[in-house]
Design a protein around this ligand. Structure first.
Ligand code: CA
Length: 336
């Protein structure tokens, strides 16, 4: 496979602080030799681990983008030992447009790994991350939220890799991040996720879902602001803990997403009336809500049940749904 065509003035090996751009060649009528200028920053001070922090994998997920934008301004080389690389608008065209997927190629960055240097912008970004940034990194923070269509009880998360040593180190990092509710994704089945590249590179991979609805959840931002500092300290990269004073990590409630049955999907198109609120503890068989057919008002509504006990940790934000849309999912206490 060809090397990436993305270029940058940034020297990731240089000491000090650099804030600049990755340039993805994008030749169009209004700009024949143009590039997509994607913000990037690196702060480096001597030897130590490299933490790669990314947000805007989905462009309409904002809490992580707020946290990283603030931290880029605040973090100085003498605050750290090692290196921090920031990519705050990872799928840049999507983040600029406030959309989950890229308006240039409909690309979902988190379904595009390990990427392709010869395909559209989204696949090129995935390929650059996989072949350049991840080879520099020891740890990857990929900060997500629910985006426009979903709302989440804010949490940080890890994914089971199957490598016991890596999973133990990831769990220690998750506890250090200290999101009061934390999640282990023990069910996922798509190697095109960032997770797939993270585990291929044997990186500790910390994720999150910090809110949603295409808005900025202040509670999610606070969890992220403090968690990122605690994680950088945990990895031995942040040394100036006086400047970045944060409360100690609380005891976390460790939950998991254990299988497909913990999701609720719309059996038909209609208007979904939820019967439960985010964070509520629900029972197997309890009705999640009713699907109403406003285009056929003589038709009885369809009630949609949960299929497990658990906490309603994610719900659909929009009222209107199509058959096959995800309406909700549950989290349950981690069984270990
Ligand atoms: Ca996401």
């Amino acid at each position: 496979m060809a090397a990436s065509r993305i270029w940058t003035e940034i020297d990731f090996a240089a000491e000090g602080k650099q804030v600049g751009y990755l340039h993805l060649p994008y030749s169009v009528t209004r700009s024949a030799y143009g590039t997509l200028a994607m913000p990037v920053a690196v702060v480096k001070n001597g030897a130590g681990p490299t933490v790669f922090m990314m947000s805007g994998n989905h462009g309409d997920e904002y809490e992580g983008q707020v946290t990283l934008t603030k931290l880029i301004r605040r973090l100085d080389p003498d605050d750290i030992a090692g290196r921090v690389i920031f990519l705050p608008m990872a799928n840049f065209p999507a983040a600029q447009a406030g959309l989950r997927v890229s308006p240039l190629d409909d690309g979902n960055l988190n379904r595009s790994f390990p990427g392709d240097p010869d395909a559209g912008p989204t696949a090129q970004i995935a390929h650059y991350i996989d072949t350049v940034l991840l080879t520099l990194a020891d740890v990857w923070l990929d900060l997500h939220s629910g985006g426009a269509s979903l709302d989440y009880v804010p949490f940080a998360s890890i994914h089971v890799s199957g490598d016991a040593d890596l999973d133990a180190r990831a769990l220690a990092a998750l506890k250090a991040f200290g999101s009061p509710i934390s999640m282990i994704w023990s069910f996922f089945d798509d190697p095109r996720l960032a997770t797939g590249s993270a585990h291929k590179h044997k990186l500790i991979y910390l994720g999150s879902e910090l809110g949603g609805t295409g808005s900025v959840n202040p509670a999610g931002v606070k969890i992220c602001d403090e968690g990122v500092i605690r994680a950088l300290t945990h990895f031995g990269v942040l040394t100036n803990t006086e400047k970045f004073a944060v409360p100690a990590a609380p005891q976390i409630r460790l939950t998991e997403l254990a299988g497909r049955d913990y999701y609720v999907y719309a059996p038909d198109a209609g208007l979904f009336e939820p019967y439960c609120v985010l964070g509520e503890e629900v029972k197997n068989g309890q009705i999640a809500g009713a699907l109403h057919f406003n285009d056929d008002p003589a038709r009885a509504p369809v009630e949609v049940p949960f299929r497990h006990d658990g906490m309603l940790i994610c719900k659909r934000h929009f009222g209107r749904c199509e058959r096959g849309d995800c309406l909700a999912h549950l989290a349950t206490d981690y069984r270990g």
